[in-house]
Design a protein around this ligand. Structure first.
Ligand code: ATP
Length: 137
């Protein structure tokens, strides 16, 4: 079994799709090892997105991620990392994500793409330690 860090970003919370996203996770057969509604400090957000620090959209990405409540979750199951990325769809909700995925169904703009899911076992370990330091798996 594998764990992945899932975020429902502020746009997802504001749009009222927390239940829908969690329902998709559960219907897929994945389970929740941790689940929390919280607001994010700029410090955590910039550590989370450290790989994008030099990108032109970094400032506005941090502003967006810290703009409201988010849901942070640790999602678990066989191939959980790839399975959640399949549910999420591609980064660009129109050009990459297809209908039937979270981003394909609910998103219009790349920045406001509703959810995050870790992209590798290394990222998952790093992100779970960052968001849920008290969770030892
Ligand atoms: P995430 O890491 O959130 O799961 P991802 O792995 O699909 O998304 P990344 O390329 O890692 O995509 O980008 C991280 C996040 O930065 C995206 O989810 C999106 O919110 C934002 N982002 C990426 N590219 C752009 C862009 N060109 N313009 C604005 N925001 C962007």
């Amino acid at each position: 079994t594998e764990q992945t860090l899932v975020l429902i970003k502020p746009d997802g919370v504001q749009r009222g799709v927390i239940g829908d996203v969690i329902s998709r996770i559960e219907r897929k057969g994945l389970t929740l090892a941790a689940l929390e509604l919280r607001t994010v400090t700029t410090e955590i957000a910039s550590e989370h997105y450290a790989e994008h620090a030099e990108r032109p959209f970094f400032g506005s990405l941090l502003e967006f991620i810290t703009s409201g409540q988010i849901v942070a979750a640790v999602v678990e199951g066989p191939r959980a990392i790839a399975a959640f990325r399949q549910l999420a769809g591609g980064t660009d909700p129109v050009e990459k994500a297809v209908p039937g995925t979270i981003r394909g169904d609910f998103g219009l703009e790349t920045q406001f793409n509703l959810v995050h899911g870790s992209d590798s076992p290394e990222s998952a370990a790093r992100e779970i330690a960052l968001w849920f330091p008290s969770l030892n798996s």
